[in-house]
Write a protein that binds this ligand. Structure first.
Ligand code: ADP
Ligand code: ZN
Length: 623
């Protein structure tokens, strides 16, 4: 498809309005776009949902108009290229992808179109890009001055500190060696300093200007709860807050993904499993359904999600703790890309801490690497145990100062706090005394039994009832002691030894706590109410609009959604690629009677107006 604008040069502002239907650039978008149009290099750090795509799509269109030729977009996500290109087609932009899903003949046709200057944006996977055949094609374009720009998406894949390391990304240095002077931009939503420096170094982008946006996602509400019966807690969360809405539930193991998906289905929730162990075709099918249908809950391992740009995911839940804050932030960032209210919910417990520690300890990596991973895990534990604003902590981790947000669990319901210092000292001295007496260490359960004075086979077998600390903490519940232990692990005053049956060990920091120099503040554990399914609410489809609509407008909104589903199916594209929910809701509210009434609604560019206005007006009048 050829851009209808290819012979009338548009200003950047016009491209934004005419092609994408948006009135204003968001945050640093304009500065980035201008920088790229001027032919410079850039590193763009923007949170998921921040609007990275326009940062390369608009310069690509502008530079193509100016005669610079094709922009190459490097993306690791073959499965999503089809939809990304489809979205550009819907907006009237000439785009294509080259990947292993195409036949030789199809690939050849696309190469020919590139040579004819017929393509504005070409998406390719890194392994494709560095093949001799593709490099030869780029050589030809380069020699004609028709190689406009490289956009390297998900650039953190180049770094082993990131969580999606892909060795193929390392080979991308060939781009600037072989095509000097062609502007390059690297984009990512991962932004801790370590990964950032690694990206600059690995891609040899040292001279690039870094555009670092605020990492805040104000529309996402963060909640982290202590796990009790995590299945019931999750069901309650979904049924109370997100009935009928699209969401992602992350679990650590494939097995748990399968079980949890089944549990949700049994509870009447439209859930599907996704993990790397499923047959490729089935995985693809589930992903497509998630993208294309309304209100599906995807239960998945972290194999699912990178680049999923579905804008109306209303919640992301973690049933197991991720490895680090980058992972957590990236995964939760998949909620609410459309800017409407969304939730990030995580259940977390002592077992998570123990498991994650063990995974690090047992990994074959070098000691330096493990040390870094432990530090990252500690930061996440600190977040989970926090009694102050979660967002302040999250942003602080990315080097951003902020004020309490008013939109996280701790801000909304400040937790009751109790002083766990005494309990902490009792736990620590017990660990010390066991070590003294038996010469070996024990796990959390046994240590807690001793503190609480609970006689077991094991306490008798090892003679631990004779320890002076046996029963010193009989007034504490196991729940309370678990909380204290987690906190001690989080602040590094206790180490879990994964090499030795997850036994608890003292550390340098233990001493400060034992001496009473460090106070241990804990959130009070309030046991939640039992889960009762709200059966009535599940009857029939509920239409929830992203803005408040009166009943007439709500009818129009439903009619528009039904129409959109049909169009999306005909075009074999996700519904949001046709129009976002927010755009449909704005149309429903305005109840347009003419083309003029449709002008200026956010998300309707010239091409979409031309293609769909007539239909939209018809649906509105019938509705
Ligand atoms: P990212 O790749 O950074 O996660 P996207 O590029 O997918 O984010 O953009 C997120 C959403 O925001 C998309 O639905 C996009 O259409 C929308 N968007 C981007 N820029 C703007 C803008 N200037 N005005 C309105 N919506 C925008
Ligand atoms: Zn807060």
């Amino acid at each position: 498809m050829r851009s209808p604008y290819s012979n009338i040069p548009l200003t950047l502002q016009q491209i934004l309005r005419e092609v994408f239907g948006y009135d204003q650039f968001r945050g640093p978008q304009q500065a980035i776009v201008e920088h790229m149009v001027a032919g410079r290099d850039a590193l763009v750090l923007m949170p998921t949902g921040g609007g990275k795509s326009l940062c390369y799509q608009i310069p690509a269109i502008a530079r193509q108009q100016a005669g610079h030729g094709v922009t190459i977009v490097v993306s690791p996500l073959i499965a999503l290229m089809h939809d990304q290109v489809g979205a550009l087609h819907e907006a009237g932009v000439s785009a294509a992808f080259l990947n292993s899903t195409l036949s030789g003949e199809e690939a050849y046709q696309i190469e020919q179109r590139m040579l004819r200057g017929d393509i504005t944006l070409l998406y390719a996977a890194p392994e494709r890009l560095t093949t001799p055949r593709f490099l030869a094609l780029l050589d030809t374009l380069f020699s004609q001055g028709k190689l406009s720009m490289f956009a390297i998406d998900e650039a953190h894949c180049v770094s082993q500190w990131g969580h999606d390391f892909r060795p193929d990304y390392r080979a991308l240095t060939v781009l600037h060696e072989r095509f000097p002077g062609v502007p390059r931009m690297a984009l990512t939503a991962t932004a801790d300093a370590l990964t950032r420096d690694d990206i600059l170094e690995r891609l040899q982008l040292e001279g690039a200007r870094a555009f670092v946006s605020s990492f805040d996602r104000p529309n996402i509400r963060y909640t982290i709860v202590e796990k009790r019966d995590s299945t019931q807690q999750l069901l309650r969360f979904i049924e109370r807050e997100h009935e009928g809405e699209a969401g992602v539930v992350y679990c650590q193991s494939r097995r748990k993904v399968e079980d949890m998906a089944q549990t949700l289905v049994d509870a009447g929730i439209n859930a599907l499993p996704y993990h790397a162990g499923l047959d490729h075709a089935l995985r693809q099918k589930h992903q497509n359904r998630f993208l294309r249908e309304d209100g599906i809950v995807m239960v998945a391992t972290i194999a699912f999600g990178m680049g999923i740009d579905k804008p109306d995911v209303r919640f992301v839940a973690h049933l197991d703790m991720p490895k680090n804050i980058e992972g957590y932030y990236q995964e939760t960032g998949r909620a609410g890309r459309d800017g409407l209210p969304a939730e990030a919910w995580m259940g977390y417990g002592l077992q998570d801490v123990v498991n994650q520690r063990r995974m690090i300890d047992e990994s074959p990596a070098g000691e330096e690497f493990k040390q870094i991973m432990r530090g990252k895990l500690d930061a996440l534990l600190g977040l989970a145990e926090a009694i102050d604003c979660r967002r302040v902590r999250l942003l602080g981790y990315f080097g951003e100062a902020s004020q309490p947000c008013g939109n996280c669990d701790n801000c909304l319901h400040p937790p009751a706090v109790w002083d766990g210092t005494d309990a902490a000292r009792k736990l620590l001295s017990t660990i010390y005394r066991i070590q003294q007496m038996s010469g070996v260490s024990f796990g959390a359960g046994h240590v807690m039994d001793i503190v609480r004075g609970k006689t077991t086979e094991k306490t008798t077998q090892y003679g631990h009832e004779a320890l002076s600390t046996f029963g010193v903490g009989s007034t504490f519940s196991e729940l309370q002691l678990r909380g204290v232990l987690r906190q001690l692990i989080a602040i590094g005053a206790v180490r879990v030894d994964g090499q030795a049956f997850n036994t608890l060990q003292l550390t340098e920091q233990s001493r400060a706590v034992l001496r009473g120099e460090v106070a241990v503040q804990l959130r009070d554990s309030v046991v939640g109410k039992e889960h009762k399914p709200k059966r009535s609410a599940r009857m029939g489809a509920i239409v929830k609009a992203p803005i408040a609509l009166d009943s007439e407008a709500l009818l129009r909104y439903s009619a528009l959604k039904a129409w959109r589903a049909e169009v999306a199916q005909q075009h074999n594209l996700p519904a949001y690629v046709i129009f976002h929910d927010a755009t449909l809701a704005a149309i429903a509210q305005r109840a347009p009677r003419s083309l003029d009434d449709l002008q200026g609604i956010s998300g309707i560019g010239a091409k979409k107006l031309e293609a769909y206005a007539h239909e939209v007006l018809r649906v509105i009048t019938l509705g």
